[in-house]
Ligand binder design. Structure first.
Ligand SMILES: NCc1[nH]cc(CCC(=O)O)c1CC(=O)O
Length: 332
């Protein structure tokens, strides 16, 4: 597109900015409740709502409270909720078998939410880090994160989550070949309509810190995730990963983190035109919330602006811890 513009004074850009009505009329992108996926943290217990110190306003919820949260989200019109388990260190092993236990925390929570709130879509995370004594997303041998052995574990995890009623599977592990393996297994097991939202372009980022506190993985993690998560300096590689995952059967793709990677979102949307999501991750949430709580920025305005900008960058939706707050504001 090549915009045609008269010269000043025939053209005055300020004409369309002079009133709220004209600004609304000429706004190119909008944020709606339909764009939101709400990530929540779950834990064992009953009636528990445990604060997370590095994410003020975010809690670890026991399953009964997570069901209430899902009811609340559905009432606000939020289309999807995404579950992340805080697992007790005692269930973490090197072989990660808790990941495909049909009665693990996540799977019990999927069933409970499905029974009580059938209309909200449930997204899950597929990666071994919550169950891994090493804190990594994949199985580890002699300090090496194993690709192919991990895929077998991820497939088992995915099938059990699908059996429990998960609507959207989110492989966040960044192993090579996992989307194809999961898709083939789902088709084979009769789960033909289970959606895969692949964390296709997931960067090795410093912005995940508060999340790792929230799921109790900070202590366990040995080293970093740079042998499987992407180098923040790369952009062409993101397109190759997205193309690969689409060819393997991903229905939707994600860029993560969000705000420092809006250029990637735009390239992905322009190149493929597929349902494209960004994850406004825990560190981004903590920066906005932390600064707002100190009076350094206007929290509500910064939250809304940050999310609108994901839409402008080409995203169809955003995973954000702000989801219920945003939904309340948007609904007035
Ligand atoms: N598979 C782990 C996973 N899934 C989602 C996040 C991060 C989300 C956030 O920071 O909000 C991570 C962290 C990591 O890769 O270490």
């Amino acid at each position: 597109m090549r915009p045609i513009q008269a010269a000043y004074p025939a053209a005055r850009f300020r004409r369309i900015r002079r009133s709220d009505s004209l600004r609304r009329l000429t706004q190119e992108t909008v944020l709606t409740v339909d764009d939101l996926i709400w990530p929540i943290f779950i834990r064992d217990g009953e009636g528990v709502q445990e604060p997370i110190s590095s994410m003020p306003g975010v809690f670890r919820l026991s399953i009964d409270m997570a069901v209430k949260a899902a009811e609340q989200a559905a009432g606000l019109g939020i289309p999807a909720i995404c579950l992340f388990p805080y697992t007790d260190p005692s269930v973490k092993t090197e072989t990660c078998e808790e990941a495909w236990n049909p009665d693990n925390l996540t799977n019990r929570c999927i069933r409970a939410i499905k029974a009580a709130v059938p209309d909200i879509a449930i997204m899950t995370d597929i990666a071994l880090d919550p169950y891994n004594a090493n804190g990594h997303d994949g199985l580890v041998r002699d300090g090496i994160i194993l690709n192919d052995e991990t895929i077998e574990a991820l497939v088992r995890m995915a099938l059990v989550q699908a059996d429990c009623g998960a609507d959207i599977l989110g492989p966040s592990d960044m192993m090579d070949g996992r989307i194809g393996a999961i898709r083939t297994a789902l088709e084979g097991a009769g789960h033909k309509d289970v959606t895969i939202l692949s964390y296709s372009a997931k960067y090795a980022s410093a912005f995940y810190g508060p999340f790792r506190d929230a799921v109790g993985a900070s202590g366990a993690l040995k080293g970093d995730k740079k042998t499987y998560q992407m180098n923040p300096g790369n952009s062409d590689e993101a397109l190759r990963l997205i193309e690969r995952d689409l060819r393997e059967g991903a229905d939707m793709v994600m860029v993560k983190p969000g705000m420092p990677y809006l250029d990637i979102c735009r390239r992905v949307k322009d190149a493929f035109g597929v349902p494209t999501y960004a994850y406004q991750v825990s560190g981004e949430y903590a920066m906005i919330r932390g600064a707002a709580d100190r009076g350094w920025i206007k929290g509500e305005a910064a939250m809304m602006e940050s999310l609108l900008c994901f839409k402008r960058a080409g995203c169809d939706g955003i995973l954000t811890y702000f989801a219920p707050e945003v939904a309340r504001l948007l609904r007035g």
